[in-house]
Write a protein that binds this ligand. Structure first.
Ligand code: AMP
Length: 583
């Protein structure tokens, strides 16, 4: 396939911001792409040479691009730099200078997608002596053959800045449109159902493989059946399952079934561990970025303490203090994820414990359709239990609310965030938030506070007062502890609304300054929050993190009944104690 055909698509996509038009352009194009080129085309459409989970990177700096443009266009480096300063975009510079070059070399030929892909992907693997020159050659060879506008997209792809905006959602729709049918307003019920089933199948195949080349091929060649028979690709990560929040244990037991498995919810970061059939161990974040190089210590413990020829494990890496062995909050180890140098030193300074909580594939077999109880049993069989090393996540199986509560207290005392609650019969749904696992964090007890100030809203909300300054009391004074603007409904029929609040507050306004108003302290509301922090911003010395309005208590409570500064201080200490404990 000619590269110019792909460039035409880039141009079409850039010329519209309408999503449906973009999907249409992509779908028409995908229909024309031969099966054996779909892989390369799909990557290039996203401005990539490798999928996100692949460690390889093109790694070409702007300065090398300047040299390549100069070589291909015959303009000296200084003029390339000058033009770059003027336009601010090396893609445009490449286009202009290549267009304006004095004569096209005789050797220049029509560029193919295959040629562009092959030269650019070689850039990632060239290393050692003379590598800069070879990279320069590879790029300028392409630019020499490129027509102006092709040069623009080659340069942008090399620099990892394509700016065409093809995301996963758009590609998914384009695959459906190309190989099944386009969405229409006048779908019959059956057509709508068929269409949705195809969309789900494309999404599921993508969640399992993270590779639109595999997905597009399956859809093109065998339709729905092809998509449904797509399996995990050995040695590649798959998207992780996501959790829903639950506040009430009775609801949790109902949602996932009783008994359930409760596990510590560690305050670390998700890590997917893949071992391929060459014995290679790879580590990925929740977004499937490859972080293997940053965690040699983890690779080592996986090698030593997990049995199996191939596998994909789902786990949480949690930091701990190397002297006291106490768990540390996520922030203390977050720097390890992006670390490029001093890796060994950082690893010994900020060690992590790996808590394995699921297995998605084992010895060549997909496990995602198996019930959780079997997956967990497998985890226990293949992962050793090495404290502050690698181990199966701490868990209990129970149907008793009392037991879950006491396990929750144990988890908090160990420095964790709370619990995960999982259904024993549930499958694993990659990429989905379907309620097979719930997070239970239990926020601190709610506070009743009075509104002392507020702000008018903007845009659609400009006829309402939408943000409220809250105060607690102390020795007859009111002290501010934060602002809240979430938890209220937009539609009055759904509950306590912005409109209700505006009606309550308007008669109490005693001064206005721009959008801000001061109000007489009369309206008492109950608020929930994630955390209490020390803060110099408010007179009380504290601020509520992520507060949300639970209900209006003005009819039941007056200013003298609201929570006091002493209450806020007590809750602050309580929360600190819960966080600071260790196992
Ligand atoms: P959240 O990020 O608040 O939505 O909570 C879900 C996250 O908790 C997951 O993505 C994991 O990174 C993390 N987590 C910690 N412990 C566990 C566990 N035992 N099972 C599943 N996820 C866990």
């Amino acid at each position: 396939m000619r590269y110019s055909e792909l460039v035409e698509v880039y141009e079409g996509l850039s010329s519209t911001s309408k999503r449906l038009e973009k999907a249409g352009i992509l779908a028409d194009f995908l229909k024309r792409v031969p099966s054996d080129e779909v892989g390369e085309v799909v990557l290039l459409l996203q401005g990539r040479l490798f999928p996100a989970w692949d460690e390889r990177e093109v790694g070409v700096a702007s300065q090398l691009m300047v040299k390549a443009i100069s070589l291909a266009s015959g303009s000296d480096a200084a003029s390339v730099e000058r033009e770059w300063k003027m336009t601010g975009d090396l893609g445009n510079v490449a286009e202009n200078l290549v267009k304006g070059r004095r004569q096209r070399t005789l050797a220049s030929s029509e560029l193919s997608v295959g040629k562009v892909f092959s030269n650019l992907s070689k850039l990632a693997v060239i290393g050692g002596e003379g590598s800069v020159d070879r990279k320069l050659q590879l790029i300028s060879e392409l630019l020499t053959s490129a027509k102006g506008v092709e040069a623009r997209y080659i340069a942008r792809t090399v620099l990892g800045d394509l700016r065409v905006g093809v995301g996963e959602g758009l590609l998914r729709d384009a695959v459906v449109w190309a190989y099944f049918m386009r969405v229409r307003d006048d779908f019959s019920k059956e057509e709508r159902e068929e269409y949705n089933a195809f969309v789900d199948a494309v999404q599921q195949a993508y969640d399992l493989t993270n590779d639109f080349a595999v997905v597009a091929k399956a859809a093109k060649e065998n339709g729905l059946e092809g998509l449904r028979s797509v399996r995990i690709v050995l040695g590649r990560p798959i998207k992780v399952m996501l959790a829903l929040k639950v506040d009430d244990l009775k609801d949790a037991l109902e949602a996932v079934g009783s008994p359930l498995q409760a596990e510590f919810k560690y305050d670390g970061f998700r890590i997917e561990i893949v071992k391929d059939d060459n014995g290679r161990i790879m580590l990925f974040t929740r977004r499937l970025d490859n972080v293997t190089a940053q965690f040699p210590d983890v690779v080592e413990s996986v090698r030593e303490h997990v049995r199996g020829k191939t596998f994909i494990l789902d786990a949480e890496a949690v930091g701990y203090d190397k002297h006291s062995l106490r768990y540390l909050p996520f922030q203390s180890i977050s720097q390890r994820i992006k670390r490029k140098y001093d890796i060994e030193k950082t690893a010994s300074e900020f060690p992590v414990e790996i808590n394995v909580f699921d297995v998605l594939a084992y010895n060549g077999r997909s496990m995602v359709g198996e019930p959780f109880r079997q997956r967990r049993a497998l985890v226990e069989r293949i992962v050793d239990d090495v404290k502050r090393g690698i181990r199966p996540a701490e868990a209990v199986v129970t149907g008793s609310i009392k037991e879950i509560e006491s396990f929750f207290a144990k988890s908090k005392a160990a420095g964790n965030e709370g619990l995960m609650l999982k259904g024993l019969d549930s499958p694993y749904k990659p990429g989905a938030r379907v309620g097979y696992m719930l997070k239970y964090k239990k926020t601190l007890e709610n506070l009743d506070l009075v509104v002392v100030g507020a702000e008018w809203g903007e845009g659609k909300r400009s006829s309402w007062i939408t943000s409220y300054t809250l105060a607690c009391r102390s020795d007859g004074k009111l002290l501010e502890v934060g602002k809240v603007s979430t938890g209220l409904k937009e539609k009055p029929e759904e509950g306590f609304s912005f409109d209700d609040m505006t009606k309550l507050l308007k008669p109490l306004i005693k001064g206005e300054d721009g959008k801000s108003v001061k109000v007489k302290p009369k309206v008492v509301i109950e608020v929930a929050y994630e955390e209490i922090q020390k803060s110099p911003t408010y007179e009380s010395g504290y601020a509520l993190r992520f507060p949300r309005v639970i209900r209006n208590r003005t009819d039941e409570k007056g200013v003298n009944d609201i929570n006091t500064l002493a209450d806020v201080e007590r809750l602050y200490r309580q929360q600190k104690k819960a966080k600071g404990g260790s196992k």
